[in-house]
Design a protein around this ligand. Structure first.
Ligand SMILES: Cc1cc2nc3c(=O)[nH]c(=O)nc-3n(C[C@H](O)[C@H](O)[C@H](O)COP(=O)(O)O)c2cc1C
Length: 328
C-alpha cells in the first residue's frame, strides 16, 4: 500500500544540501512532484569566472544527488537516478524517482552519518600515513559509483599535477577578475547561509608546500604554519566525458568524501588547475588515458575544523505535489 511519508523526503533534501560546492555557492534547486524529485542547476549561482561552463556546479549537484539517494535509502526508500544526457544545454540535470522499499546496509548508515560531519579541511594535515586499507576503501567507493579514484603517488602523476596546482594558484592569485569573484564569496561570518566563512579558512603556509591551497581561503590574521610535506593527492575520474559525466563525477566524488570521513580522514579540494587558463588543458591531458578527471582531492589525518552553513532545504525546494513514498 502506498502512503505519504513526507518527512523522509524532507530529511533526504536536508542531507542533499550538505553537499560541498565551490565557494559554498550551493548551485542547486529541487522540485518534488509526488514520487519524483527533479534536480536543477541554479545558473545564478554558477561562478562566472572560476567555472564558466558550470562544470564544478554540476559536480556539486551530483554530490547533492548522492546525499539525497543515500538518505532516502537509510530510511528504507529505494530510488533510481536518471541523469539527463543533455545536461549541458538544460538546467534540469537529473530525475530521482522513488521506486519502492529497501533495507539499508550498515555501510549506508555509516555514510549517511558522515554527511553531517564531512567538511573541507584547509588546515595542515599530519604526516601520519594513510594506510593501504583506507586507500582501498576510497578506491572501491569510487568504483561502486561507476568511477575511479587514482592516487597520484601510485600513478606517477604526482610531480606533474602538483606543479600544475602551484602554477595555477600563482595565476589565479594575481588575476583581478578571479580575485574579485573569490572575494565576493569568501570571508563571510559563520552564520551566513552561503559562501565560505573565515572560520573555514586555513593558516598561511610558512614555507611553500608541494601543493598550494587557495590564497583566497587563507586567514592571514593567524600565524603561518607548516603544512604536510607530501600530502596524499587523488583524482576522481569517469570513463565518459561531458555534462552528464560531470553529474556522475559529483556522485562519485561525494561517495569518496563520505567514505574518507567515515574512515576518520580529512579532505580538501585543489581545483585551481581546472580554473586557470594556462593549466586546464594540460591537467585534462595528464589523465586522458583514464578518461575525464573531475576533481583533485588532498586526503590525510587532521583535527576536525568548523562546518559551514547551508541555505535550508525548503528555501531551495518547490513542492508541486506532496512527496510520495511507499509505506513499509
Ligand atoms: C567542485 C568543487 C571544487 C572545490 N574547489 C575547492 C578549492 O579549490 N579549494 C578549496 O579550498 N575548497 C574547494 N571546494 C570546497 C568548497 O569551498 C566547500 O565545499 C564549501 O565551502 C562548503 O564547505 P564544506 O565542504 O566544508 O561543507 C570545492 C568544492 C567543490 C564541490
Amino acid at each position: 500500500m502506498n502512503g505519504f511519508l513526507p518527512l523522509v523526503v524532507d530529511q533526504a533534501l536536508a542531507a542533499a544540501v550538505r553537499a560541498p560546492s565551490p565557494q559554498n555557492t550551493q548551485p542547486w534547486r529541487f522540485v518534488v512532484d509526488g514520487p519524483r524529485i527533479d534536480v536543477w542547476l541554479d545558473r545564478d549561482r554558477v561562478l562566472a569566472v572560476a567555472d564558466p561552463a558550470g562544470r564544478e556546479a554540476r559536480l556539486s549537484c551530483g554530490a547533492a544527488i548522492g546525499n539525497l539517494t543515500l538518505a532516502l535509502r537509510v530510511n528504507g526508500v529505494r530510488s533510481r537516478v536518471r541523469i539527463l544526457p543533455d545536461a549541458a544545454e538544460h538546467d534540469l540535470l537529473a530525475v530521482v524517482s522513488i521506486e519502492g522499499n529497501t533495507r539499508p546496509s550498515t555501510l549506508d548508515r555509516r555514510l549517511t552519518e558522515a554527511i553531517y560531519r564531512r567538511h573541507t579541511n584547509r588546515r595542515p594535515l599530519s604526516e601520519r600515513e594513510v594506510p593501504a586499507s583506507a586507500r582501498a576503501s576510497l578506491r572501491s567507493a569510487a568504483l561502486g559509483e561507476g568511477g575511479q579514484l587514482e592516487f597520484l603517488d601510485a600513478s606517477g602523476r604526482y610531480a606533474q599535477v602538483s606543479a600544475l596546482v602551484r602554477r595555477a594558484e600563482t595565476e589565479l592569485a594575481t588575476d583581478p577578475d578571479f580575485r574579485a569573484e573569490a572575494a565576493q564569496w569568501t570571508g563571510r561570518s559563520a552564520d551566513c547561509p552561503d559562501g565560505v566563512p573565515t572560520t573555514g579558512f586555513g593558516p598561511p603556509a610558512d614555507v611553500p608546500g608541494v601543493v598550494s591551497l587557495r590564497s583566497s581561503h587563507e586567514n592571514r590574521s593567524i600565524p603561518p604554519r607548516q603544512f604536510e610535506q607530501d600530502p596524499v593527492l587523488a583524482a576522481v575520474l569517469t570513463r565518459d566525458q561531458g555534462a552528464a559525466a560531470d553529474v556522475r563525477g559529483g556522485m562519485i566524488m561525494e561517495r569518496v568524501l563520505l567514505t574518507a570521513t567515515a574512515e576518520g580522514l580529512a579532505t580538501s579540494f585543489l581545483s585551481q588547475p581546472f580554473e586557470a587558463r594556462s593549466t586546464r588543458a594540460r591537467l585534462l591531458a595528464a589523465f586522458r588515458d583514464l578518461g575525464q578527471v573531475h576533481t583533485l582531492l588532498r586526503i590525510g589525518y587532521g583535527l576536525p575544523t568548523r562546518m559551514t552553513a547551508r541555505r535550508p532545504a525548503p528555501e531551495v525546494t518547490t513542492v508541486r505535489s506532496a512527496p510520495k513514498v511507499p509505506a513499509w
